[in-house]
Ligand binder design. Structure first.
Ligand code: PLP
Length: 395
């Protein structure tokens, strides 16, 4: 049996998405910027996909959607594009959170090295953002605020619409960027009539292939484009469009929009069953995803006094695939920056595992995981150097 519980890292491509893409890799290969009939067909398919992505994001004017290669490109485009357009010697202040994905944090750190002043806002022990502290940092020098919509490690949802509105009350010139990668397809999104200026998504997080993403740019918002060249995507992102993958992203967006209720009911039910089952059966299990506001598919659990990498290796041998944090930072032995920001105690920081489900997760897979994971933890507890502490927990 193989049980894939790492859907926040990437998801399986939906067969329906693949079927829509295939014709654009076979006979419908014309360059969408060309003038002849086959090209008009591919250009039309791109516009249909743009509308489908617009619908997922609650955007009625889909011309505000730009296709990119991934969310990392979208985030780089937004952040660097805003800073390049609006930054000056005086106006050089940028704000984000301590729990962003590396595609935001690395760009901020790079901008700091180039002379920008950055504020990183913390979270409380449940993972919720300190909004008051963020608003206190906004001043007349601030040009950009970036807050993710949902955290990839814990699933915590941040109230980005409300934060954007409050930020603009303090300084209406601030541009507001949201990394929406882990929210798209999991919770409803409504960008129309919001104060959010930029919003990024990545197809492979909701059953489209890897290598396709999008960036919403609020109508009339100026920024300096990141990739220069031809006039594709309204001259905002040059390069021949990847028609087949854009069509796949559009179809995945349509399916995700239609499956939001299923996600919220069925995926949530299975996630809750896994979470409460593990917490009940395993005495050293501590919940890290403690916010009352989180996406339906994610849970993060710390197993005290046990090494996370070992848990993952043992689970791998059983065909259960999960992760100890962001796929982009795995390979580094540093404990998760998200859990550290949340002040997860060191006793469970190194033994924290993220389980993330999808619409393809089955009940018997969760049942199997609920039998096997406690056995793995028990085995590892027996070889842990913290015998006294584990005994105190009743293990
Ligand atoms: N933002 C978040 C919250 C993510 O979880 C990820 C991927 O894990 C990204 C951005 C980057 O997405 P991509 O690797 O598709 O560029």
């Amino acid at each position: 049996m193989e049980i894939y519980l790492d859907n926040n890292a990437t998801t399986k491509v939906d067969k329906k998405v693949l079927d829509k893409m295939i014709p654009y890799l076979e006979e419908l290969y014309a360059n969408p910027s060309s003038m002849y009939n086959p090209a008009r067909k591919t250009a039309k398919a791109i516009e249909q996909a743009r509308n489908q992505v617009g619908e997922l994001l609650g955007v009625s004017d889909s011309s505000s959607i730009i296709f990119t290669s991934c969310a990392t490109e979208s985030a780089n485009t937004a952040i660097k594009g805003i800073v390049s357009h609006y930054g000056t010697r005086e106006n050089n202040h940028i704000i984000t959170t301590q729990v962003e994905h590396p595609c935001v944090l690395s760009v901020y750190e790079d901008l700091e090295r180039k002379g920008y002043s950055a504020s990183y806002i913390g979270v409380n022990e449940c993972g919720d953002l300190n909004i008051e502290s963020l608003l206190n940092k906004v001043n007349e020098k601030t040009i950009l605020v970036s807050v993710m919509h949902a955290n990839n490690e814990t699933g915590t949802i941040y109230p980005v619409k409300e934060i954007a509105a409050e930020v603009k009350k303090i300084n209406k010139n601030v541009k507001f960027f949201v990394d929406g990668v882990q929210a798209a397809g999991k919770i409803p999104i409504e960008l129309d009539n919001s104060d959010i200026d930029f919003y990024s998504i990545s197809g492979h997080k909701f059953h489209a292939p890897k290598g396709i993403g999008a960036l919403y740019v609020k109508k009339g918002t100026l920024f300096d484009p990141f990739i220069l060249g031809g006039h594709q995507e309204n001259s905002l992102r040059a390069g021949t469009q990847n028609t087949a993958f854009i069509v796949g992203l559009g179809e995945a967006a349509k399916l995700a929009k239609n499956a939001l209720e299923f996600e919220n009911k069925e995926v949530r039910r299975l996630r809750d069953k896994l979470e409460s089952g593990l917490l009940e059966k395993i005495k050293n299990a501590k919940l890290n995803s403690k916010s009352s506001s989180r996406v339906p598919n994610t849970t993060n659990i710390g197993f005290e006094y046990i090494e996370g990498e070992l848990i993952l290796l043992y689970l791998n041998d059983l065909g259960i695939y999960a992760s100890s944090g962001s796929a982009c930072t795995s390979g580094s032995l540093d404990p998760s920056h998200v859990l550290r920001a949340q002040k997860v105690p060191f006793t469970s920081l190194h033994g924290s595992i993220r389980f993330s489900l999808s619409k393809f997760t089955k009940e018997d897979e969760i049942d199997y995981a609920l039998i096997e994971i406690p056995k793995v933890i028990e085995k590892l507890a027996r070889i842990s150097p913290f015998q006294k502490e584990l005994k105190e927990l009743g293990m």
